[in-house]
Design a protein around this ligand. Structure first.
Ligand SMILES: Nc1nc2c(ncn2[C@@H]2O[C@H](COP(=O)(O)OP(=O)(O)OP(=O)(O)O)[C@@H](O)[C@H]2O)c(=O)[nH]1
Length: 429
């Protein structure tokens, strides 16, 4: 087995930064997800960031000693370094210098499965790399994604050439992405036309969204070959994936899994990944999964709420799923229950079949609470509406008479208004 890269984590704590400890913990998780071995940690209380080396000179010397002592290959800073800080630190420490942004981009790159996600990751990496071209760092580069773009000691002309190549590549990616977005929008319009309601699983990374989705699919015996990846690692889901769920009561809705939210997401990525979250804006219901066994769950809920607001999704109704209750003591569970009593919520374990059954039911109720009951009397020339209703509504009765077909169905209000409200086939109850 290949030896793991030995890394030392470095963080600068500012006065009043309450999220600092959890963000260091998150950095450890990120390094773990990147297959690295964390050999130590160095933290300094900072009044301000030093422009040249991030830490002050003394602390940087201490950092160098610790690196040697621990035989660390790389130091990873908990926030994004400027290109010149990276260069100065590399020169001073004589080792690889990385930051939180590189780790997140590295993970995104490994997990990106759709063409679009891959292109977005590549673009984010190139944009990050562009101002850092002459340095040694810029990317951990084990994916080969940025191979050949580092020019240790290369001359000015070569550097200019590389820079131009990257700029051209970015421009091409931007064009191709715009085309992809357009194509996806067409697909969405199709969905809108069908009026199949959509529930979106959202939440902090590692909260259990993919597990909820997989358990639901398993429970409903939907084809298992389309299971989404579920792993105890950050960002197991990079792009949104949509599945069609048909309940035992023959209700059909779409469920989409989304990329996990995270605090202090590097700005290149906020922009790049917003489009993978656009599905959220189309949702009729947001199912917000929260890992209540994580001591930082309140903070994670805040980050999620802020991100949803930035996306413009704050007006969509939310069902809170407080997950991983199996990891809590009864007392802990009770105290959280009391605190959250006002919310539209469910406490559960995504690994419990009974719980997932309840969740499916609650989602169905929320999505279909405005249903309209419809009775049609169709001439055979209009028989096309039967499969249409079977696909997009819940058919409760179907009788083929001699001249007419009688159909009774429950359908969404939007669908009713669009197709049947003023139709000649409707029979008033
Ligand atoms: N004990 C326990 N573990 C759970 C439960 N739900 C999920 N997990 C575990 O939590 C980890 C993360 O679950 P995922 O479903 O991958 O989380 P996610 O929210 O999709 O993560 P991202 O893709 O990073 O956004 C996995 O190891 C799951 O097995 C639960 O109810 N109880």
């Amino acid at each position: 087995m290949m030896e793991k890269e030995r890394v030392l984590l470095a963080g600068g704590k500012r006065k009043g930064d309450e999220g600092f400890d959890s963000s260091m913990e998150e950095l450890r998780e990120l390094a773990f997800a990147c297959d690295m071995e964390v050999v130590g940690e160095i933290i300094q209380n900072l009044e301000k960031i030093h422009v040249d080396l991030f830490f002050g000179k003394g602390k940087t010397e201490e950092l160098k000693e610790r690196m040697e002592e621990l035989q660390a290959d790389t130091v990873i800073f908990n926030e994004e370094l400027t290109p010149s800080q990276t260069r100065n630190l590399e020169r001073f420490l004589e080792c690889r210098v990385a930051d939180r942004s590189i780790l997140i981009m590295d993970i995104f790159a490994r997990r990106a499965k759709t063409k679009e996600a891959q292109m977005q990751v590549e673009m984010a990496r190139l944009k990050y790399m562009l101002p850092r071209l002459s340095g040694l760092g810029g990317s951990l580069n084990r994916q080969g994604g940025g191979a050949g773009l580092h020019n240790k000691g290369a001359g000015e002309t070569k550097l200019e050439l590389d820079r131009r190549k990257i700029e051209e590549r970015i421009a091409r990616l931007e064009r191709e992405l715009a085309e992809l977005v357009e194509r996806r929008q067409n697909q969405r319009q199709k969905r809108e036309k069908n009026e199949i309601p959509l529930a979106a699983l959202v939440g902090y990374t590692n909260a259990g969204k993919s597990t909820v989705m997989n358990s639901m699919l398993k429970l409903l015996k939907t084809s298992t070959d389309k299971m989404v990846l579920e792993k105890d690692m950050l960002f197991a889901t990079l792009e949104t994936s949509v599945r069609k769920i048909t309940t035992k009561e023959n209700r059909t809705f779409l469920l989409t899994d989304t990329v996990g939210f995270i605090s202090r997401l590097p700005h290149h990525l906020i922009k790049a990944f917003r489009s993978t979250l656009e599905e959220v804006l189309m949702a009729d219901l947001l199912v917000q999964v929260v890992d209540v066994s994580d001591k930082n769950y309140e903070k994670q809920m805040t980050v999620t709420a802020e991100t949803l607001k930035e996306l413009g999704a704050e007006s969509i109704s939310v069902l809170y799923v407080f997950n991983k209750t199996d990891k809590l003591t009864p007392e802990e569970l009770e105290s959280i229950r009391e605190k959250k009593a006002d919310l539209n919520c469910l406490f559960l374990s995504a690994k419990d079949e009974g719980d997932i059954g309840k969740l499916t039911q609650q989602i169905t109720e929320s999505l279909f609470d405005e249903d309209v009951s419809l009775k049609l009397c169709l001439p055979y020339t209009e028989s096309k509406w039967v499969p249409f209703l079977q696909e997009n509504a819940t058919v409760t009765e179907l009788n083929y008479g001699e001249e007419k077909i009688e159909v009774t169905a429950l359908c969404r209000k939007g669908l009713f208004e669009k197709y049947f409200k003023n139709s000649d086939f409707q029979v008033m109850n």
